[in-house]
Design a binder for this molecule. Structure first.
Ligand code: HEC
Length: 498
């Protein structure tokens, strides 16, 4: 007999009624939702990888997850879901609280395999090309937009499937945006400045082809397998880094990692554009002591598009930002809602499944700014009228989107399978008979079950929905264990398919 199943909350079945421990219950939650930032060389101020580290911070952990402050995820998951969203379930929050109430039990720590991060601070499995800005020492105590020009040296066109930007100094780097230049114009400006890169005192570079960026908290920009953004042979990368004020004399050496699509003949071409830019029919001016709402509207899509990822962008006065699209027939489809804008957590949000935007549809948005002294992020005290501009104390209203021309079937491409069940799903009773441990796993994983005699094929997927393990033979033993070796991967706690 062959059947499909999905498993909700993997390790639950191993621990029914048992005491909550760090090893079995809490570590998987922290590994999946926290340690991408809370690790050595991560963005967060302390690591939460080991039992001792988690125990030390237990009270604060509970407080921060109960208040919703951690993990940081400004998008409202009740409006739309995104890939790899950092949202804890009630069950996960409950487990953390119970773990503390039960006296912070360690459990069997030998069973826990902490995720490792290869390539220094990178979280990627493969890196095809890696670039660095070199080392720059900040020269100012005010905001600086500095541009670094890096020749790629590519002899042929490349399509990147993943781009990871790793700021060299988390305290200094406000955001990074990456453009392409084939004119040598940016490079000539770079030559005029004796230090690494240049700023607007020398000139503004050629900033036409935008390929993606980083803001605090963003992870790598991923596209589906074989989809990618082109970096043509001979182009320079222009890396724009916004350095925060009051940091003179600090050094930064930001790095950019790419992994490329292998088969460039079959690649699905993606590009990043800004369909929503500035308010509809009026300039972006935010009067002092006002709370003001703006509408935005894109032009109509020419041909259907496939939306892969998007990054809404405002500065300190932003209060909320909601985006949807409307079809020619007048149907509204939700895209993203950020009910409490947080300047510090601006992500490139990737759809869990490609979103088809029909031909003729338009994106719409409503954005609210709070320029009163009740806004704790207001950079001006007392408030002053704020205009559109690139500096932190200015404002912006725009949304970057990674789009491709639509091909029938795109809307079925799943980027994060957590939200989608396999076509045939067995009942929860049957699901609870299977378990994966540890999870996330690094090299070895155990599948525990009493129902293996009924299985002839079993697939384990990682959080990107990629198959990491497939077992095709019939298993007769009950409570069998399989061991396998694969590169670092975070297993998808929510699914195994059998
Ligand atoms: C995207 C990166 C990121 C993720 C993911 C993340 N944190 Fe944090 N966390 C931070 C940063 C950065 C700070 C420091 C905040 C600051 O200085 O304002 C922080 C601060 C904290 C603090 C200190 C108290 C506070 O609220 O400022 C706790 C506790 C904490 N995080 C727990 C967690 C837990 C638990 C998770 C997972 C459930 C988590 N964090 C996920 C980045 C992250």
């Amino acid at each position: 007999m062959k059947f499909h199943l999905s498993l909700i909350c993997t390790i639950l079945s191993l621990n029914t009624g048992a005491q909550i421990t760090w090893s079995a219950d809490v570590a998987p939650i922290l590994f999946e939702n926290c340690v991408s930032c809370h690790r050595q060389d991560g963005i967060a101020p302390f690591s939460l990888i080991t039992y001792t580290e988690a125990k030390l911070k237990a009270g604060e952990i509970e407080e921060s997850v109960d208040s919703g402050e951690m993990p940081p995820w400004p998008a409202d998951e009740n409006y739309t879901h995104f890939a790899h969203e950092l949202v804890l379930s009630d069950d996960e929050r409950f487990k953390i609280a119970e773990w503390i109430a039960d006296g912070l039990q360690a459990g069997d720590t030998t069973l826990v395999e902490a995720p490792t991060f290869e390539y220094g601070t990178s979280v990627l499995d493969t890196i095809s090309s890696s670039f660095s800005i070199g080392t720059y020492t900040t020269q100012y105590n005010i905001d600086e937009y500095r541009h670094f020009v890096i020749p790629t040296g590519f002899a042929t066109d490349k399509y990147f499937n993943t781009m990871e930007i790793i700021p060299g100094n988390w305290n200094l780097v406000h955001h990074v945006d990456i453009y392409l230049d084939n004119t040598n114009y940016s490079d000539s400006l770079d030559q005029l400045d004796t230090l690494a890169g240049f700023n607007e005192l020398t000139g503004w570079p050629y900033l036409i082809d935008y390929i993606g960026g980083w803001s605090p908290g963003s992870g790598p920009l991923y596209f589906p397998e074989n989809w990618g953004i082109k970096i043509a042979a001979g182009y320079d990368l222009v890396v724009q880094i916004h350095y925060a004020p009051d940091n003179i004399g600090l050094t930064d050496s930001t790095r950019i990692n790419f992994s490329f699509v292998d088969d460039t003949a079959a690649v699905r071409k993606c590009s990043v554009s800004v369909p929503l830019y500035n308010p509809l029919g009026q300039p972006l001016i935010i009067p002092a002591d006002s709370i003001i709402t703006f509408k935005q509207q894109s032009s109509a899509m020419v041909g259907a598009k496939s939306l892969i990822a998007l990054m809404p962008h405002m500065h300190m006065l932003g209060s909320s930002y909601t985006i949807w699209y409307e079809t020619i027939a007048g149907d509204s489809v939700p895209v993203i809602d950020i009910p409490e804008w947080d300047f510090h957590w601006q992500y490139f949000y990737t759809l869990p499944k490609i979103m088809k935007i029909p031909s003729g549809a338009r994106f719409h948005a409503i954005a609210v700014y709070d320029n009163t002294s009740d806004n704790p992020e207001n950079p001006n005290d007392p408030p002053i009228t704020v205009y559109e501009g690139a500096y932190t104390k200015d404002e912006m209203l725009m949304t970057f989107m990674a789009l491709a021309d639509y091909v029938p079937g795109d809307e079925n491409i799943i980027i994060d399978s957590s939200f989608y069940f396999p076509t045939e799903v067995n009942s929860i009773d049957e699901l609870s008979e299977f378990s994966l441990f540890p999870n996330p796993a690094n090299k070895t994983v155990t599948i525990a079950s009493n129902a293996f005699e009924e299985v002839d094929k079993c697939t384990i997927t990682d959080v990107l929905g990629r198959n990491v393990l497939q077992i095709n033979h019939t298993v007769s033993e009950s409570s069998s264990q399989f061991f396998t070796n694969y590169k670092h991967c975070t297993l998808n706690t929510r699914y195994i398919y059998c």
